[in-house]
Design a protein around this ligand. Sequence first.
Ligand code: ZN
Length: 294
Amino acid sequence: MGNRLLAVISIAIGLATGLPAYAAPYSGPLFDAHLHYNEEAWNGQTGPHPISDVLARMQRNGVRAVLANSRPNDGTRALAEAGAAQAGVTVVPFVRLYRNRADYDNWFRDDTIYQMVQAELARGTPAGPYRGLGEFHLYDSANANGPVARQLMALADSRGLAVLAHVDDVAIDLLMANTPSKGQQTRLIWAHTGIGGTPVARVDALMARYPLLMGELSYRPGLTCEGGLLCPEWRALLIKYPNRFVIGSDTWVNQRWQYYDELMQGYRTWLGGLPPEVARAIGWDNAAGWFGLK
Ligand SMILES: [Zn+2]
């Protein structure tokens, strides 16, 4: 179906139902604020998604910057070098806490993880110093109080590092409580903004409580409704906090790389239904501003 025909039909449906008429997809730059370049994607550059492949996917989707992390961290370093040098994609590197799959369930109490993070921070990347820690997961929010979780949150706060955390709403409060500023100066990007379906009112309350909490919106249940546009309560929340949300691909398995185009097109669709300045903020400005990009 041609775009013009689609537009005419959409407007007709809008007139008939009182729903907003067809809005053009957001066409500005995108900042992918939740990207993994894990070993199975590149596998010594003989995997299904070598650097040339993933950079091409970013370029053709208007993704001009990525928050990158990987298991192990070699993927991020390789991407940082290639992205900065060749493709016009700015790589904002984060230290992943996992050397392997076993670390997912143990990092919060494993002192060797803390030592690995210190070594990575000292080493840095070809794109410059690491800017944050994560993504990390807490499947049981009580583990936010594990000794290494506490140490890493304090480290992030004291060094001005951001944190990318896949956790529930209870863990957000616990992690923030473990920082010297009690979360008032903690840059925490909440991966998925409550993947278990945290109610919007609770997300709203956390945004109000922690001024540097940022919500990343991949896999967020209940975000989009008909036509791939935002559901009303989410649209209202994003407009209430236009500077507090970002988008991301979460390429945690190779299948996500295969559907990278569709993921980014999906974001462009619902961003297009927002006021242009809000779409631009969520698509690019919020993450770019945090990390000092132009
Ligand atoms: Zn992830």
